[in-house]
Ligand binder design. Structure first.
Ligand SMILES: Nc1nc2c(c(=O)[nH]1)N[C@H]1C(S)=C(S)[C@@H](COP(=O)(O)O)O[C@H]1N2
Ligand SMILES: [Mo]
Length: 320
């Protein structure tokens, strides 16, 4: 299925044309160095310690609007990763301690084929593509990111959830030795967990991402595997996934447990439902320059045509 990205994002707002000029070249260089490296010649890739490096795989170009992304340096340096730090630069720096070697994902619960899948095995069977999506944090900043990944639905087709599965629960890596706020048991209930209704998880916009800007996902942005749900506030897009559970009942997720009045389970982007402490009416697009004008936040972050029908008949104010 081809996902249509609407072209309404004005390029003046976010264009960083230099970003992609060398993208193909970079990818090729990645492949070339993988070919030239002695380990690539000798080793079975399934035993490679750098299990998050998919640069030897093909990335299909699905001809989306890649020119409109937020500058990569901004996306890499302004991150939310509470396991590591509460401030964005601190999180970016501290997340380098995450160990992404030999990654695998446990698939459990209401599913025909519970299993543990290594990242190599997962990626060997998927076509990776670029998906250029808007991303809106509940804190009212936003960005546009070209993710590299595949639809969550592709994984679901592979492991086959049972008809009793009504929710999907995702859990992040739990590495207290690398994660200061987990080690000190600060603020949130660790490990970080998030969840979706099963139809939300199966929606073609919902991605499992392994890269961005044509490169392997940086650790601070969720390496080696993260969720991307572009019509929901950013906290739903959980990083460093180690477990995916198919569940009968709605989970109590990290942010909902922490402050149920502020962070709902649905967390659909909605300019008409303010956060109790601030308006969600508009947002500040991240940019490399100084004055980036606020833009009006769109219902479902601009993806209403694709996703509004998931919520037919629901009161979006109550189920925020
Ligand atoms: N495990 C984990 N996942 C997480 C977070 C986190 O703190 N820990 N922060 C969330 C929030 S609040 C946002 S806005 C996005 C930020 O993604 P980015 O840092 O790649 O921009 O990641 C989400 N996923
Ligand atoms: Mo966020």
């Amino acid at each position: 299925m081809i996902i249509k990205i609407d072209k309404t994002i004005p390029s003046s707002e976010i264009t960083d044309p230099e970003l992609f000029r060398n993208r193909r070249a970079l990818l090729k260089a990645g492949m070339v160095s993988a070919l030239l490296s002695p380990t690539a010649l000798l080793a079975d890739t399934s035993t490679s310690p750098n299990s998050s490096d998919w640069s030897h795989l093909d990335v299909a170009d699905n001809s989306l609007n890649r020119g409109n992304a937020t500058p990569v340096q901004v996306v890499k340096n302004y991150t939310n990763y509470y396991e590591f730090a509460f401030d964005k630069q601190g999180a970016t720096h501290a997340a380098q301690a995450l160990n992404t070697d030999h990654w695998s994902v446990e698939i459990v619960g209401e599913v025909e084929k519970p299993c543990s899948i290594t990242l190599e095995d997962l990626l060997a069977k998927q076509t990776l593509k670029d998906y250029v999506y808007r991303f809106r944090c509940v804190e009212a900043w936003s960005m546009v990111v070209p993710w590299v990944g595949f639809p969550m639905k592709a994984l679901m087709d592979r492991v086959k959830p049972l008809s009793t599965a009504r929710y999907v629960v995702f859990t992040s890596a739990n590495q207290p030795e690398a994660m200061p706020n987990v080690r000190k048991n600060l603020m949130l209930a660790w490990p970080y967990t998030e969840g979706l209704r099963i139809d939300e998880a199966a929606h073609p916009l919902t991605l499992l991402a392994v890269g961005m800007y044509g490169e392997v996902l940086p650790k601070q942005n969720g390496a080696p595997l993260r969720l991307v749900v572009p019509w929901k506030y950013g906290f739903k897009s959980i990083k460093a996934i180690v477990k995916i559970e198919f569940a009968r009942n709605a989970p109590l997720t990290t942010w909902s447990r922490f402050a149920p009045d502020e962070y709902g389970f649905y967390a659909n982007v909605n300019p008409n439902v303010p956060h109790p402490r601030w308006s969600q009416y508009s947002e500040r697009p991240l940019s490399g320059g100084f004055f980036s004008a606020r833009r009006k936040t769109e219902l479902f972050n601009g993806y209403a045509d694709q996703v509004a029908s998931l919520y037919d008949g629901m009161d979006l104010r109550r189920l925020f």
